[in-house]
Design a protein around this ligand. Structure first.
Ligand code: FES
Length: 115
């Protein structure tokens, strides 16, 4: 594993996210306050593109079926949206899995992600 450049920190505003490619990994990079977070950009449920989801604080909501994850540690906040039969079936077929997280740091204004 090595740190790979993911752009300038000054170009990522507070409360925003973007997708970057680093060593063939699609990574969601987000800034919340002074903190940066790097996670897989694909949802562990069925590959929804999380950069098209909704970011609220450190919580990202998948645009496909509404699963929610905390960018701080990748933990599942909610697995699938709703509590109906389809959600229960979906959870049975695919059990909750956390988002993969990556170490991230800033050096000289440059964001570096460890992949
Ligand atoms: S693909 Fe993300 S919740 Fe289904």
């Amino acid at each position: 594993m090595a740190y790979v450049s993911a752009g300038e920190v000054g170009q990522l505003a507070d409360g925003t996210m973007k997708e970057v490619m680093a060593n063939d990994h699609e990574i969601l990079l987000a800034r919340v306050g002074d903190s940066l977070y790097a996670v897989d950009s694909r949802c562990p449920h069925m590959g929804g593109k999380l950069t098209e989801g909704r970011l609220e604080g450190t919580i990202i909501t998948c645009p496909r079926h509404g699963s929610r994850f905390d960018l701080a540690d990748g933990s599942v906040v909610r697995w699938l949206q709703g509590s109906g039969l389809l959600s229960r079936i979906g959870t049975t077929l695919k059990s909750p899995r956390p988002l993969k997280t990556y170490n991230v740091k800033v050096e000289g204004g440059e964001i570096l992600v460890e992949v």
